[in-house]
Design a protein around this ligand. Structure first.
Ligand SMILES: C/C(=C\C(=O)SCCNC(=O)CCNC(=O)[C@H](O)C(C)(C)COP(=O)(O)OP(=O)(O)OC[C@H]1O[C@@H](n2cnc3c(N)ncnc32)[C@H](O)[C@@H]1OP(=O)(O)O)C(=O)O
Length: 353
């Protein structure tokens, strides 16, 4: 009788059987397709606090009822980073579990009203673009518009457009030619002077921008904190958002991948960097993000730091107590290599008169 548990026999059996695969390939996506992502998720206080604590997002309005009330919230709301990560996490099983690279995300916009613990969220995505990759014929490039809604009221909570490289079932026939195109060449030089805002209020950003305007200068600075990636940030946080991407929790498979190891969920990397940045400002509300890119892998043991550039400031905001600032945030590792960049629009508290 065959002993299926004999190691040699079992190895042979593994070679012979089919794998019941998970996820979709590039060929499965067609422009206009709408995908409803089961199972949805209830946004809980525990999930919110676990995400915020592990990514160093300590804004008291998301922790303390008295500060929440002062900021116009009914109670400490769900943090926009957790909402973003949970929304993307739910989509992975249908969109990117096959193992594509997360290339970027843009037009991330939050509803005006805060989202509170206990909200049952459902998420759907529409395929907005499919394209060939000229540099990697074994992949295609897919963009989706994803929307998270309140299951009870159907109110839109968050929307964004995301782009991934997705493995093809059949690689494209190509000559393997390089996709290199001439990029516009700006001279790449940095300004002579870097201005650091004196504080974290709206007026401090305005003053720094004014100071920089008069010379060849930029308002740019780094944040001191770093967060070394461990089992909690790499594997636990994405799993807590139902993110099934093997990149984050299957060391066995990832050992043979370009990173050679499991990698940090992009939303953990960016939220950690944003936590560092927010610790040096008086955030009032998050408005949105654009042009987000993940430049290289973050693996266990890497440390995520943050760098901020202040791009512009506008007196208008949803409340008289705040103004609006546009930032560029760059997350980088212990070797000073950028791992994430994106622009962010946030309302920043004004000094009380
Ligand atoms: C969730 C989840 C996944 C994760 O969270 S994984 C963790 C976060 N992501 C990463 O760690 C990825 C780190 N990035 C990289 O390793 C490299 O950047 C990458 C993805 C391997 C690409 O490197 P390249 O140097 O090859 O990058 P290129 O700039 O040449 O781009 C390759 C092709 O993609 C096209 N492309 C890039 N960005 C965009 C975009 N935003 N929109 C549309 N297309 C884009 C680019 O034009 C190149 O096209 P070709 O035709 O020339 O191939 C999860 O999602 O499950």
């Amino acid at each position: 009788m065959t002993d299926w548990t004999d190691p040699d026999t079992f190895a042979q059996a593994l070679e012979c059987v089919e794998t019941k695969e998970k996820g979709n390939c590039f060929e499965d996506f067609e422009e206009g397709d709408v995908i409803e992502h089961d199972p949805g998720l209830t946004l809980t206080k525990f999930g919110n606090e676990q995400w915020m604590s592990q990514t160093l997002n300590h804004d008291p309005a998301y922790w303390r009822p008295d500060v929440a009330a002062d900021r116009g919230f009914d109670e400490p709301p769900i943090h926009p980073d957790y909402l973003t990560a949970a929304t993307l996490g739910i989509t992975v099983e249908d969109l990117s579990e096959k193992g594509g690279y997360f290339l970027g995300r843009t037009d991330v916009r939050f509803a005006k009203d805060a989202v509170y613990p206990g909200t049952d969220m459902y998420v759907e995505s529409e395929v907005v673009n499919t394209a060939s990759s000229s540099s990697r014929p074994q992949y295609g490039i897919v963009s989706w518009r994803t929307r998270a809604k309140d299951l009870e009221t159907d109110d839109l909570l968050l929307s964004y457009e995301r782009t991934n490289m997705i493995p093809r079932r059949e690689p494209l026939e190509t000559d393997g030619g390089s996709a290199a195109t001439e990029e516009e060449s700006d001279d790449g030089s940095l300004p002579e002077t870097f201005v650091t805002p004196d504080g974290g209020y709206f007026e401090d950003f305005v003053a720094a921008l004014e100071a920089a305007e008069s010379e060849n200068a930029a308002v740019a600075y780094r944040h001191e904190r770093g967060r070394t990636q461990d089992d909690v940030t790499v594997a636990q946080l994405p799993l807590a958002t139902l993110n099934t991407a093997k990149q984050h929790h299957n060391v066995d498979v990832m050992a043979d991948s370009p990173s050679g190891d499991i990698v940090t969920y992009g939303d953990v990397t960016r939220s950690t960097a944003l936590g560092h940045a927010r610790s040096d400002e008086r955030t009032w509300r998050e408005v949105g993000f654009d042009d987000e890119s993940f430049h290289t892998f973050v693996t266990p043991g890497d440390t995520v730091y943050a760098f901020t550039r202040v791009l512009e400031a506008d007196d208008e905001a949803s409340s008289d107590e705040a103004g609006t600032v546009r930032f560029q945030h760059i997350a980088f590792n212990q070797d000073d290599t950028p791992v994430y960049s994106g622009t962010r629009i946030a309302e920043i508290r004004k000094r009380s008169n």
